[in-house]
Design a protein around this ligand. Structure first.
Ligand SMILES: Cc1cc2nc3c(=O)[nH]c(=O)nc-3n(C[C@H](O)[C@H](O)[C@H](O)COP(=O)(O)OP(=O)(O)OC[C@H]3O[C@@H](n4cnc5c(N)ncnc54)[C@H](O)[C@@H]3O)c2cc1C
Length: 401
């Protein structure tokens, strides 16, 4: 087993429980360094939904996960954690966490489970090469020069995001060297950088109950209601982060913000007319405060080229119409995402066509398995990515043994 993250721990556990002699190689000084920082340190370890609902949260290759989720679905994973002594709780949106709110308790429980079933855990053990002969795995060569013979190897090295946790993409290199197709990788679940500089003026401001729509080549690729945050580079928060998972390969898109999704354009126009009539000589920017947070209200008129100091009684029909349009479809242009150091997951990876979905074994190299983020499967936030790692890890471990 290479990699003692979420997938590697489950792979080792399932292989050992199935009677295999297992060595888990981890280059860090401890297991699950990334798991420690998940869910802001609380570890949103899964999402307690059924398989159909789960697969809807997986934008790429969801069907590849059927067998893995059949072996270990979210409920079964929570039961496993509970049996290993980690109590859990389920919060809003069916998100599950350790009852203690400490991600470390998840890793501790799994590590105890691994030790109890005899898994040999080796820290500071960095794998460097896979040893493959005649399309069959024979072992692993470590950075130290040591060679380990193995009949089966499961690669669980994770993606490229947050490289400080140990995931530096070694598994992709090995897959390519072994002749497996690896789809292009990109940061996903990351903030969106915009061409327009104005979001920086609203840095730190969160908008609730808005609708974010993203288009690429005129086609809607994402549209959801929720919460969004302005940042120094563009936009972040739940909507922007989820939207990033749907961007096309060149990572650009046209965004449209509906700041008042509960009102039609006509209703909004009537409301605006009422507010402006009641305000008389007050300035336009002041009246915008009845519809927007104070900081946004001050900036908003300038986004349509209007002067916020204009007395309300002098706001003409053209400006009113432009304001209504801006409320319903404020444009922003996405030029890219934040990089791997800020992305929650990596999109792309070992092509699912290279793997047997019922076992996670390579179709080309006998005895070589892949599990977790290294595979070209990624999901939205909400506990789905960890569950993918737990489930594919469990299936690879069970199959390899
Ligand atoms: C900030 C942040 C918050 C997140 N929060 C959540 C959340 O709340 N819920 C959720 O579902 N998902 C969350 N995720 C995503 C989730 O953490 C990952 O999808 C998941 O950890 C992937 O598991 P993995 O086992 O494939 O990879 P990792 O957990 O990255 O594990 C890979 C392991 O392999 C080791 N390794 C790599 N190369 C080698 C080598 N050559 N030799 C030996 N060992 C090696 C690494 O050191 C590492 O320990 C979050 C991610 C981030 C970055």
């Amino acid at each position: 087993m290479i990699g003692g993250g979420a997938a590697g721990m489950l792979a080792a556990l399932f292989a050992a429980r199935n009677g295999a002699r297992v060595t888990l190689l981890e280059k860090n000084e401890k297991l699950g360094k990334k798991v420690y920082i998940t869910g802001k340190g609380r570890c949103n370890c899964t999402n307690l939904c059924d398989v159909q609902a789960f697969l809807q949260e997986v934008p790429r290759n969801p069907r590849f996960l059927y067998s893995a989720l059949k072996l270990l679905d979210p409920e079964a994973f929570l039961a496993l954690l509970n049996s290993l002594g980690c109590e859990t709780k389920v919060e809003r949106g069916r998100r599950a966490f350790p009852a203690s709110d400490h991600a470390s308790d998840v890793t501790k429980a799994l590590e105890n489970g691994l030790r109890r079933c005899g898994v040999r855990i080796r820290f500071h053990a960095e794998a460097d090469q896979l040893l493959i002969r005649d399309s069959r795995i024979e072992g692993v060569c470590l950075k130290s020069g040591e060679t380990l013979a193995a009949e089966r190897v499961i690669v669980c090295t994770g993606g490229l995001s947050y490289p400080s946790t140990g995931s530096t993409g070694d598994g992709y290199r090995w897959a390519e060297e072994a002749g497996l197709a690896v789809t292009p990788r990109a940061p996903s679940l990351a903030g969106l950088e915009t061409k327009e500089p104005w979001p920086a003026q609203l840095q730190g401001l969160t908008l609730k109950n808005i609708c974010l729509t993203a288009r690429s080549c005129g086609k809607i690729i994402y549209s959801q209601l929720g919460e969004m945050l302005f940042t120094h580079y563009g936009v972040s928060g739940p909507l922007a982060i989820e939207c990033s998972a749907h961007l096309p390969g060149q990572r650009n898109a046209e965004l449209s913000l509906d700041l008042k999704p509960a009102l039609t354009e006509d209703q909004l126009r009537q409301r605006l007319d009422r507010e402006l009539a009641a305000a008389g000589k007050k300035q336009l920017a002041t009246v915008m405060q009845t519809l927007l947070p104070v900081r946004f209200a001050a900036l908003f008129p300038s986004l349509i080229g209007a002067d916020g100091k204009t007395p309300c009684s002098q706001v003409n029909g053209k400006t009113r119409q432009a304001l209504v349009r801006a409320f319903k479809a404020l444009p922003l242009t996405v030029t890219g995402t934040r990089d791997y150091s800020e992305a929650i997951v990596t999109r792309g990876g070992v092509d699912v066509k290279e793997l047997n979905a019922a076992t996670m074994e390579s179709k080309k190299i006998a005895g070589l398995y892949f599990a977790g983020e290294v595979i070209d499967v990624d999901a939205h936030t909400g506990g789905y990515n960890l569950q993918i790692a737990w489930s594919t890890g469990a299936l690879a471990g069970q199959s390899a043994s």
